[in-house]
Design a protein. Structure first.
Length: 85
């Protein structure tokens, strides 16, 4: 789990906006899409590993995965949430 103090400091690498924890339902939907081979990151690579959580930027359109309690804040690793609609 990401501590509140760290979450206050972290910013979206694309637009420097604030981040919030992804709702468990969103993480569950993402993991179902990963299991089905239907979810890609911004680099176009299919995600193969389930995520533990996510950080969603203020606009609500991108999520940075959390793997093994570590947020993956690389711009290309973000997940475009329009894939889950």
């Amino acid at each position: 789990m990401i501590k509140d103090q760290l979450l206050e400091i972290l910013r979206c690498p694309h637009d420097q906006s604030s981040l919030t924890r992804a709702e468990p339902e969103l993480v569950e939907r993402a993991n179902r899409a990963i299991a089905a081979g239907q979810l890609c990151n911004l680099a176009g690579q299919k995600l193969k590993r389930q995520i533990d959580g996510g950080l969603v930027r203020a606009a609500g359109d991108l999520m940075y995965p959390v793997v093994d309690a570590i947020p993956v804040m690389l711009p290309d690793e973000a997940i475009d949430l329009s894939q889950l609609r």
